[in-house]
Write a protein that binds this ligand. Structure first.
Ligand SMILES: [Mg+2]
Length: 457
C-alpha cells in the first residue's frame, strides 16, 4: 500500500515539476527533486530465484558421469511417457519437458535417461532454500525450483540488490553445488521479478526497474508472461492483442473486458510493476494421477493403483485437516478418457470410507472401459475444514475415526505404509510419490519404508 502511494506520489511530483520546470523553479532545486523522484522509481522490491533444468541439474550434481551430457528425467521407464525435465545439453537437441521418451531417443541417441528421484529433489530444494535464506530471507517458495524474497530498506537500492543477487548465486554454488544454476530476476513487484528470470537462461541475472517498462519486455511473446496460457492467448488475440506492445497499449478497462472481470484491472497494474495483493487461494481438492508402468496396464493394476492413490490423498486430507464430500475417478486409455465417475458422500476423511465408495463404483463400471488403461486419476473434492464440518455422532463413525488416527500415528512413527488397507497389498510399492511443479511434496510422503521406490539410489 505504502509503495503504491509512494509511486503515485512520485508520478505526481514528476508531473508537477514537469510543469514547474517551464516556469521559475531554480534549476538546482529541480534537479534534486527529480533525482529523488527518479530514485524512488528506480528502486526494486522483489527478487525471484528460478533454478535452471532443476531435476536434471540435481542428477548432474550427484553423478559426475552425467555432467556436460544430454540428460532427461523420466517418471517411469516407458517409451510413451513424457520427460519431466531435460538438461541444457539435451535442450540443444530440442528435448524439453513433455517430450516423449521415444522421441527424445530419436532426437539424441546418446541421451541418458534417468528415473526421477523425487525424495532427493526435495532434499536439495531445502538446501537451496537455506542457501538463499542465508543472504536474503525467503518470503515464499512457489514450487520445488522457485522462490522469492522481499527486498527491504537499503536492499531496494539497485547496486545493493544486484550484489545480493550475485551473492545468492555464490551461496548456492558453495553451500549446495556449482552444478545447480539459477536465473535471478529482480523487479519492482514479485510478478515482474518472475518474468525477469525468463529473460536470461541459464545462469541468468536480470534487473528491471520501472524505467525499463515496458521496452525491455516488448521482445517477449504473450505466452512468456506467467498467467497467459493457450486459452488466455486466444482471448487476447480475439480482442486484437497479438503482441506484448499491444497489451501494454490497452487501457485498464480494455483489459478488464478481455479478462472478463477485475483480474484484467489487476493485470494492467501488475505488468506496470505495481504491487497487487494476490488473492488468497482456497484449497479446493486433493487429487493425484499416475501413468501406469507397462506391467500394470490392465484392469487389476488399474484398480490397485487407484486404491493406493485414494489412500494417499485421504492421508494428505487428514494431515491438512480437511473433509471431502466427493470422490472422482478417471481412467484414460491411449485415445483419452475411458471411464469417469463422481460420487458424492457425507463429509469424511476416512480412507476406509473412500475405499468402500470406490469399491462400489468399480463394481458398477463397464469392464471394457478399464481393459487397456494408460493413466488413472482420482480427486477428493468439495472439501471443507474442521470449523465447517460437524463431527459425526454415530459411534461406528467415531470408532472408525479413532482407528484411522491410530493408523496414521503408527505410520508416522514407524514408516509410511507400515499399516495399509489390505486392498492395497498388491500395489503398495507402485505409484511412488510424484512431483507436481507447483507444490513441494511433503517430506512425510517419503518417510519410512526402505522399499520406497524413491529412496536414494
Ligand atoms: Mg525452473
Amino acid at each position: 500500500m505504502l509503495y503504491v502511494i509512494s509511486q503515485f506520489a512520485a508520478e505526481m511530483f514528476l508531473q508537477i515539476f514537469a510543469v514547474l520546470s517551464t516556469w521559475t523553479m531554480p534549476i538546482e532545486m529541480l534537479t534534486i527533486v527529480h533525482t529523488f523522484v527518479k530514485l524512488m522509481c528506480m528502486s526494486v522490491n522483489w527478487l525471484f530465484v528460478d533454478m535452471n533444468s532443476y531435476f536434471a541439474s540435481v542428477e548432474q550434481h550427484d553423478d559426475p558421469e552425467l555432467r556436460g551430457r544430454p540428460v532427461a528425467i523420466a517418471p517411469v521407464m516407458a517409451d510413451n511417457t513424457s520427460c519431466l525435465a531435460a538438461s541444457y545439453e539435451a535442450k540443444r537437441f530440442g528435448i524439453k519437458t513433455g517430450t516423449k521418451l521415444w522421441e527424445a531417443r530419436q532426437l539424441c541417441p546418446e541421451i541418458r535417461i534417468v528415473l526421477a528421484r523425487v525424495k532427493r529433489y526435495v532434499q536439495v530444494h531445502h538446501q537451496i532454500v537455506a542457501a538463499v535464506h542465508s543472504i536474503v530471507p525467503v518470503d515464499k517458495t512457489h514450487s520445488i525450483d522457485e522462490m522469492s524474497c522481499r527486498l527491504t530498506t537499503y536492499q531496494r537500492e539497485i547496486n545493493v540488490a544486484t550484489r545480493l543477487g550475485h551473492e545468492i548465486k555464490a551461496a548456492i554454488a558453495t553451500q549446495v553445488g556449482p552444478f545447480l544454476k539459477c536465473s535471478i530476476g529482480i523487479a519492482p513487484n514479485r510478478y515482474l521479478a518472475k518474468v525477469a528470470t525468463d529473460l536470461q537462461k541459464p545462469d541468468g541475472f536480470t534487473l528491471l526497474t520501472l524505467d525499463d517498462l515496458p521496452h525491455r519486455l516488448i521482445g517477449l511473446k504473450l505466452r512468456d508472461f506467467p498467467g497467459i496460457g493457450a486459452r488466455m492467448e486466444l482471448r487476447l488475440q480475439r480482442a486484437g492483442i497479438f503482441t506484448v506492445q499491444q497489451m501494454y497499449n490497452c487501457s485498464e478497462s480494455q483489459l478488464e473486458r478481455v479478462w472478463g472481470g477485475i483480474e484484467g484491472r489487476r493485470w494492467f497494474w501488475k505488468i506496470r510493476g505495481h504491487h497487487i495483493a494476490e488473492p488468497e487461494t482456497h484449497r479446493g481438492s486433493f487429487g493425484q494421477s499416475h501413468v501406469l508402468p507397462p506391467d500394470l496396464r490392465h484392469d487389476l493394476g488399474c484398480k490397485g493403483i487407484l486404491i493406493k492413490l485414494i489412500a494417499k490423498a485421504a492421508r494428505r486430507l487428514r494431515m491438512d485437516n480437511f473433509w471431502a464430500k466427493s470422490l472422482s475417478i478417471k481412467v484414460n486409455g491411449l485415445a483419452g478418457p475411458r471411464w469417469e465417475k463422481t460420487v458424492h458422500l457425507p463429509p469424511t476423511q476416512e480412507t476406509s470410507t473412500f475405499l468402500e465408495v470406490f469399491a462400489r463404483m468399480w463394481e458398477d463400471r463397464d469392464q471394457d472401459t478399464t481393459a487397456n488403461p494408460i493413466k488413472v486419476s482420482m480427486v477428493l473434492s468439495d472439501v471443507s475444514n474442521q470449523k465447517s464440518t460437524p463431527a459425526s455422532l454415530l459411534p461406528q463413525d467415531r470408532k472408525r475415526n479413532e482407528a484411522t488416527r491410530l493408523m496414521d500415528q503408527i505410520n508416522e512413527r514407524f514408516g509410511r505404509d507400515m499399516l495399509y488397507p489390505a486392498a492395497m497389498h498388491e500395489t503398495r510399492h507402485a505409484a511412488p510419490a510424484r512431483i507436481a511443479f507447483n507444490t513441494i511434496p511433503d517430506a512425510r510422503e517419503f518417510d519410512g519404508s526402505p522399499k520406497n521406490f524413491f529412496t536414494t539410489q
